[in-house]
Design a protein around this ligand. Structure first.
Ligand SMILES: Cc1cc2nc3c(=O)[nH]c(=O)nc-3n(C[C@H](O)[C@H](O)[C@H](O)COP(=O)(O)OP(=O)(O)OC[C@H]3O[C@@H](n4cnc5c(N)ncnc54)[C@H](O)[C@@H]3O)c2cc1C
Length: 391
C-alpha cells in the first residue's frame, strides 16, 4: 500500500485540520449527563456531516460524499488526532451502515443512510441475547412470518445506545433452532413499535450506555427484512468484520494522542519532588504503551489497505481487534500506574483530566468483550487464519 499522500489528499488534510481548529469541541465542554452528552454529540456529528466529513466515501446518491475511501481515512485520522469526540451514531456508521449499503435494496438505502450520516436517526445493534453472546448462532429471538409482516418475540441485551435509537438491526430466528446459523434473518426494527421495551443498564463508568431490549410480538413489515430470509448470518459476519477491522486506524491515532497526553501529564505532575516522567519506571510504562500503539498502527494499515483496495475485510479483522483491545487497555492501565498518586489527590485545575483517565480506564475494560471477546478472536485466528487443528 502506498501511504504517500497525493497533492489533493494533502490539501484535504489541511482543510480538515483548519475546520477542526475552529470547530472541534474541547474535552471539558462535553456534558457529563448522558442525555445532554448525546444531544451535544448529535449536533457535533451533524456539523461534521454538513462539512462533508461523515460518510465521505459512501455513495453520493444516498447522501454520502462519493469520494475515494482514502479520504475518509484521512478525515478520521485528523478527527482522532484533534481529540474530537466520537460520533454518537457509531453503530449506524461503523457497524450496521456498511451492511445496509451492501445488502439493502435502494428503497432501504434511501430511507436509512442519509439519516444515519446526519445523526438524525440513531441505530443500535440487536445481536446478543442473555444466552447467546459468543455463541451467537444459538440465539432464540423468533420472527414468525405472516402475510405482510413478521411477528418478533424475544430478548436482546447489551444494545449500545438503545435508549436513543430509532432503529435496531435485529438477528432473529426464522427457522427452527436445529438450523443454527442457517435459520437466522436480519430485520430492521422500528424502536417506536408497540411491544418494544428498552431498559438501560448502568455500567461501571456510571453511565448507562447500553440496554436490555424486550420484544413482545412486535410487528415488523416484510419491507424491513435486510437481504433474503435466512441471510442473517452472512450479514452478521459482514457487520462484525467492519465493527472489528476498519475502525482501527483512527483508533490508533486516538490512542497515540492518549500516550502523548499521558507523557504531558507525567511531565507536568510531580512525585517525590520531581516530575513523574523523570522516574525510570514511569518512562518504561509510557514507552511500552507507545510500542503497543505502534504495533496496532501496522496491523491497522494492513486491514485498511485491503479495505481501500476494495477487498473484503475478512477474519484478519480479528487480529486487529485483539491488538486494538490490548493497546487500549495497556495505555489506560499505564496512565493509572504512572499518574496513580496524583490521580488520588488531584492537583489544582486537573480535576477534569483525572475524570477522563478514570473513565477511559474503566471503559477500556469493555474492549476485550464488545464486538466479540478476546478468546473468540483467538479462536477465529487459530481456526480461520492459522488453520490449526481443532484439538
Ligand atoms: C460495552 C459493550 C457494548 C456492547 N454492545 C453491543 C451491542 O450494541 N449489540 C450487541 O448485540 N451486543 C453488544 N455487546 C455484547 C458483546 O458482543 C458480548 O458481550 C460478547 O459477544 C460476549 O458475549 P457474552 O457477554 O454473552 O459472554 P459469553 O459468550 O457468555 O462469554 C463468557 C466468557 O466465556 C468465554 N467463551 C465463550 N465461548 C468461548 C469459546 N468457544 N472459547 C473460548 N472462550 C469462550 C468468553 O470469551 C468470555 O470470557 C456489547 C458488549 C459490551 C461490553
Amino acid at each position: 500500500m502506498n501511504l504517500r499522500a497525493t497533492e489533493e489528499e494533502a490539501q484535504l488534510r489541511a482543510e480538515v485540520r483548519a475546520f477542526l481548529a475552529d470547530e472541534c469541541p474541547a474535552p471539558e465542554s462535553l456534558p457529563h449527563g448522558l442525555d445532554e452528552r448525546m444531544a451535544f454529540l448529535r449536533e457535533w456529528q451533524r456539523r461534521c456531516y454538513e462539512a462533508g466529513y461523515v460518510g465521505r466515501a459512501w455513495p453520493a446518491e444516498f447522501g454520502g460524499g462519493g469520494r475515494p475511501p482514502v479520504e475518509q481515512v484521512i478525515v478520521d485520522e485528523e478527527l482522532a488526532a484533534a481529540g474530537a469526540p466520537e460520533f454518537p451514531n457509531i453503530v449506524g456508521l461503523d457497524v450496521i451502515g456498511p451492511s445496509l449499503l451492501t445488502f439493502g435494496d435502494d428503497e432501504q438505502r434511501h430511507r436509512y443512510i442519509p439519516e444515519i450520516l446526519s445523526a438524525q436517526e440513531i441505530w443500535c445493534q440487536g445481536f446478543s441475547e442473555p444466552e447467546a453472546g459468543s455463541d451467537l448462532a444459538s440465539l432464540r429471538t423468533r420472527a414468525e412470518e405472516r402475510e405482510d409482516h413478521f411477528v418478533l418475540t424475544g430478548q436482546k441485551t447489551w444494545n449500545s445506545w438503545g435508549q436513543y435509537a430509532r432503529w435496531c438491526g435485529v438477528l432473529a430466528r426464522t427457522e427452527g433452532p436445529e438450523t443454527r446459523h442457517r435459520g437466522i434473518s436480519f430485520l430492521v426494527v422500528d424502536m417506536e413499535s408497540p411491544g418494544v421495551e428498552v431498559r438501560p443498564v448502568t455500567q461501571i463508568t456510571g453511565h448507562a450506555e447500553f440496554c436490555e431490549l424486550f420484544l413482545e410480538e412486535v410487528a415488523v413489515p416484510k419491507a424491513n427484512l435486510l437481504g433474503e430470509r435466512g441471510w442473517g448470518w452472512k450479514i452478521a459476519l459482514h457487520t462484525l468484520a467492519h465493527e472489528r477491522g476498519t475502525a482501527a486506524l483512527p483508533r490508533q491515532v486516538k490512542l497515540r494522542t492518549w500516550v502523548d497526553r499521558l507523557a504531558a501529564d507525567g511531565r507536568e505532575r510531580t512525585s517525590g519532588g520531581r516530575p513523574i516522567l523523570d522516574h525510570e519506571d514511569a518512562q518504561v510504562a509510557v514507552a511500552r504503551a507507545y510500542i503497543n500503539v505502534e504495533v496496532l498502527r501496522h496491523h491497522a494499515a494492513r486491514t485498511v489497505g485491503r479495505f481501500l483496495n476494495g477487498q473484503p475485510v475478512g477474519p484478519e479483522s480479528s487480529t486487529v481487534k485483539l491488538v486494538m483491545a490490548e493497546a487500549e487497555q495497556r495505555v489506560t492501565k499505564a496512565a493509572l500506574d504512572v499518574l496513580g498518586e496524583t490521580l488520588e489527590s488531584p492537583q489544582a485545575g486537573m480535576e477534569r483530566a483525572n475524570d477522563l483517565w478514570h473513565e477511559d480506564y474503566l471503559f477500556s475494560r469493555t474492549a476485550t468483550v464488545l464486538g466479540g471477546t478476546e478468546q473468540i478472536q483467538r479462536n477465529i485466528i487459530a481456526d480461520r487464519i492459522l488453520r490449526l487443528p481443532q484439538e
